[in-house]
Design a protein around this ligand. Structure first.
Ligand SMILES: [Zn+2]
Length: 218
């Protein structure tokens, strides 16, 4: 028997036996290793998304893990492969998809919100959502691939170049990731953040953090 963590209602989770499943055609069964907690997961936990999320719901869309079993017709994946999941499924037929904007598909399935997520010991997903992880990337860090991809996209859109000065307003998890990616792109980065705790974390990561209430900010 495997277990799943489930959202039941506002501020209430439980642990329950997971639905037994075997991977169908085109599907892969994973053993999640690490699962991040997104701000969206917190909104769901606080009951703010009950209109969208059908409880009991298994959350989790920032994950790393390994392939356990592959379903019929799945090629290129073997048990033991380290993977993360791109948690989006689109229909490829609606007007948004046909215009090339699959991320805003009119019938978008955000896996882990609209369908069961990774906070369970076995998780079956379409093989098409898998992204292979390099052996050199530890799985605890790999669970951050999805939010880091957000940061990479943002820094790419901003066309940040070597030596440029960058200010990131807000040092929450995504702000910090954006700051780290911008630094990796060669930028000279400052993080503006009200919370002393978050400024301290930014500084522990080697970033320079400013308190906007501080008159001494250059
Ligand atoms: Zn669509």
């Amino acid at each position: 028997m495997t277990l799943a963590v489930r959202y039941i209602s506002a501020r209430t989770l439980d642990t329950a036996p997971a639905e037994p499943s075997s991977p169908g055609p085109g599907e892969v069964e994973l053993a999640p290793a690490f699962v991040g907690i997104c701000g969206t997961d917190l909104h769901i936990f606080h009951g703010d998304m009950d209109a969208r999320v059908a409880a009991p719901a298994v959350l989790g869309h920032e994950m790393s893990g390994r392939v356990v079993r592959v379903g019929p017709g799945v090629e290129g994946w073997q048990p033991g492969d380290a993977v993360t999941v791109m948690p989006l499924r689109w229909d490829d037929t609606c007007p948004a998809c046909r215009a090339g904007h699959q991320h805003i598909c009119q019938r978008l399935d955000f896996i882990g919100i609209d369908s069961p997520g990774a906070m369970q010991q076995r998780w079956t997903v379409p093989a098409s959502t898998l992204i292979r992880l390099p052996d050199t990337l530890p799985l605890d860090r790999a669970a951050l691939v999805e939010p880091t991809a957000v940061a990479v996209h943002d820094v790419g859109r901003a066309k940040v170049t070597e030596g440029e000065k960058v200010v990131v307003v807000g040092g929450g998890p995504v702000g910090i990731l954006i700051a780290l990616v911008a630094r990796a792109a060669g930028a000279d980065v400052r993080v503006v953040e009200l919370s002393a705790h978050r400024r301290l974390l930014a500084e522990e990561l080697g970033l320079t953090a400013w308190d906007p209430a501080d008159d001494d900010v250059p």
